[in-house]
Design a protein. Sequence first.
Length: 342
Amino acid sequence: MRPIRVLVVEDSLVFRELLVQNLGRDAAIQVVATAKDPYEARDAIIRHKPDVMTLDVELPRMNGIDFLRKLMPQYPLPVVVISSLSDKVFDALNAGAVDFVAKPAVSSRAQLEDFIRNELLVKIKIASTAKISNIKKTVCKQELHELSTKTTNHIVAIGASTGGTEAIFSVVKEFGTDIPGVVVTQHMPPGFTEMYAKRLNDQCRIQVKEAETGDKVLPGHMLLAPGGDMHMHLVKVNGMYQVECKRGPKVNGHCPSVDVLFQSVAKAAGANAVGIILTGMGGDGAKGLLEMRNAGAKTIGQDESTCVVYGMPKVAYDLGAVQYQEKLTDIARKTYALLNKM
C-alpha cells in the first residue's frame, strides 16, 4: 500500500521543517512538497498531486480561507487546517477543509513534535479517507418544520466527529424554536467549542451555548459539550432535564465522548429521546446509540452517500443501533416526523 502523499503549506520555516521531519518518520506518510504561501501551494498541487494538504490559516499573499475557496472547486483534495485559537477555522471548514488541529501554544520542541505525531498525523490519515465530494453537499434549503405538541419531556441527542461541524449546522439550522431540548457532542479541542456554539447561535433559530454543569435542557435550546477533559451527561432533576460536565478519562479515544452522552440519554430519557449519529471516523457513539434504541428511543444515522467519513454511522448501523438511515438533508425532517409520533 503506497504512503499518503502530503503537501505542507506553512509560512514559518522552523515549523515547516518540524512538520516535514516528524511527518516523514511515519512509514504511512510521504511529504511530497512544501509551500510557504498559496501561490506556491497551487503550483505544488498541480505538479505533485498530493493526497492530503496541511494548511495554515494565516499565510502571506493570500490567507488560507480565501485560498480554499478558490482551490476546492478546481482542485478538490482533503485539507487539514492547522490553526491557532480562532473562529476563522470554521470559515475554513465551511470553505471545504475536512478537519483541523489546534496549533499548540508551547515553546518546547519536544511538545511540538508530540503534537505532530499524536494529533496531526491522526488527522491526516483520517482526511485521506474522506469523501471530498460530500463536503459541499452539507448545504441544504431551509424548510419549516412544526411539532404537533410542545413538551419538555423529549430530548434530541446528536453526536459527530470528522466533518461534523458543517453536518451539525445543516441539521440544526432546520430546527425551529419548538424543537425539544438538543444536546450535542462534537469531537473538538478546548476553546473551539465555545466559538462554535456562538457561531451556531448567530446562524440558527434556536439558542445555542457551550454547556456548563446545571444548564437546563429547554425547548428551542441546544447545549454543546465543551472540548477538553470533560464528558457531558444528561440527567433529570426534579422532573427537568439538565446537564453535568464531569472530568474523566478519554472514552474511545475522545473527551468529550459521544458514547458517554448517548448512554446518559438512554438512562435519563429512555423512549422520550431521538438519537442522531453523524459523519465521523471510528466507532464513538455506536454503543451508546444502541443503548438508546434498546431503551425505546428512536435513532437516526447519516447515510454513506452524504458522510464525509462513513465511520461512526456505519459502526452504529452494523451494531443494529440505527433504525433509520437518512441523507443529511433529510435528517431534520425525519427528526420532526419521529417527534410528532411520540
